[in-house]
Design a binder for this molecule. Sequence first.
Ligand code: ADP
Ligand code: ZN
Length: 210
Amino acid sequence: MKLILLGKPGAGKGTQAKKIADYYNIPHISTGEMFRQAYAGKTELGVLAHDKYWGKGHLVPDDITLKLVEERLAKGDCKKGFILDGFPRTLVQAKALDKNNTIDHVLYIETPDSLCIQRIAGRRNCSQCAKDYNIYFNPPKKDTLCDTCNQQLVQRPDDKEDIVKQRIIVYENQTQPLIAYYQNNIVTVTDNGNDSPDKLFQKIKKALGK
Ligand code: ADP
Ligand code: ZN
C-alpha cells in the first residue's frame, strides 16, 4: 500500500504515520525526520538545509527534497509500499511523485488550528532516544526527563513560536493546495482533540477500508 499523509504542522502526522507503518508493515518515510537526522549527523546538506531553510520555517527547495525522496523510494523496502509523512508539500513535489508512483490513498488528518498550536508548543523529544512527549498531553513521569533513558527532553528548533507562525503561512500557501489537487483520492479523518491517538488510528483504519 502506498500512502500519503497530509495535515497541518502539529496535526499529529508523525504519531499516526508510525502506527500506520507498523500495522501495514510498510516503511515510514518522514522528510522532516530525514532533515533532522542529516542535521544531527552534521552532513553538509543537513547543516545547509537547517541553517537556510527548515530552521527558519521555510521549505527546503524542491530539487533537494525530491532527490532525497527519490533515493529513499528506490530502496528495496519500498517495493511493498510506504507511507509518506511530510511529503509531498508542494505541487511540484506532488507531480514529480505521481509521475513514477501510483498512490493508493491520500489520508488527510483535519485538525483545528488551536489544537495544532497547542500540540507544537508542548512537543518535546528525548535528546537520547528521540521518544516523543507532550508536556500538556503526554508528559514524562519525572520533570523534563525521558521515562526510558532519564535524559533531558528538548524542543525542535523549528517549534519555537515565531518559527511556527512562519511554518503555518508556508503550509497555507504551498501545501494546502494539495488537498484540491488530490481531491479524487483523498480520505479525510477529523481529529478534534477528543480522541486518543489509538482511537484516531482506529478511525483511520476504518476510513482506509482495511
Ligand atoms: P511538521 O509537519 O510538524 O511541520 P516536519 O517534521 O514534517 O514538520 O518537517 C519539518 C520541516 O522540514 C518543515 O517545516 C520543512 O522546512 C522541512 N521539510 C519537511 N518535508 C519537506 C518537504 N517535503 N519539502 C520541503 N521541506 C520539507
Ligand atoms: Zn529517551
